[in-house]
Design a protein around this ligand. Structure first.
Ligand SMILES: *[C@@H]1O[C@H](CO)[C@@H](O)[C@H](O)[C@H]1NC(C)=O
Length: 167
């Protein structure tokens, strides 16, 4: 299994249990989140394969529903960012992250971060903002939004801010 840690904070933000699609020239990863009954995430990891896909059946109304990615990685939701605050945060992030990248990655980041930022800004009113478990001030932001009225959220990660770790 691979886990993806925030290069800046070290927090675990994602794993290969959640497939991703690259968008914005590979700057962002798009990952499908899903509302599930709390605890169902662990079941899906193999404890009880027969429960797979059936998490909505026979569940009583009192069950707590959570978003799988948020629950699994204990992502911490932040108050919404306005455009100004968002840009200030991105500026700090660019500076911090650039210091951790090799030359090739830095070039890729420099060339494409503006496009990715514009993409995120175009959705800023719809976005939810998360950071990793430690809530480090300089940690990488993770975003989620509901695409075209979808029932489940889509997450957006900065690809170059993720460090792949085998475990
Ligand atoms: C981000 O940059 C600031 C200022 O350069 C520095 O003090 C801070 O330690 C950096 N944070 C991380 C997580 O690298």
């Amino acid at each position: 299994m691979l886990v993806y840690q925030d290069l800046l904070s070290g927090d675990e933000l994602l794993s290969d249990s959640f497939p991703y699609r690259e968008i914005e020239n590979g700057m962002l990863w798009e990952v499908d989140g899903k509302w599930v009954v709390q605890g169902a995430v662990d079941v899906d990891i193999g404890a009880n394969p027969s429960a797979e896909g059936g998490e909505d059946e026979g569940v009583d109304d009192q069950a707590v529903k959570v978003v799988d990615i948020v629950d699994t990685f204990r992502l911490q939701e932040q108050p919404p960012f306005d455009k100004k605050l968002f840009l200030a945060q991105i500026k700090k992030f660019i500076k911090n992250l650039s210091a951790k990248l090799d030359d090739e990655q830095k070039e890729k980041f420099r060339k494409n971060i503006e496009g990715a930022t514009k993409f995120l800004l175009s959705k800023i009113k719809e976005l939810q903002f998360f950071v990793g478990e430690s809530m480090h001030d300089d940690g990488c932001l993770v975003f989620a939004y509901y695409k075209d009225g979808a029932a489940d959220p889509t997450f957006l990660y900065f690809a170059l801010a993720l460090k792949e770790v085998k475990c």
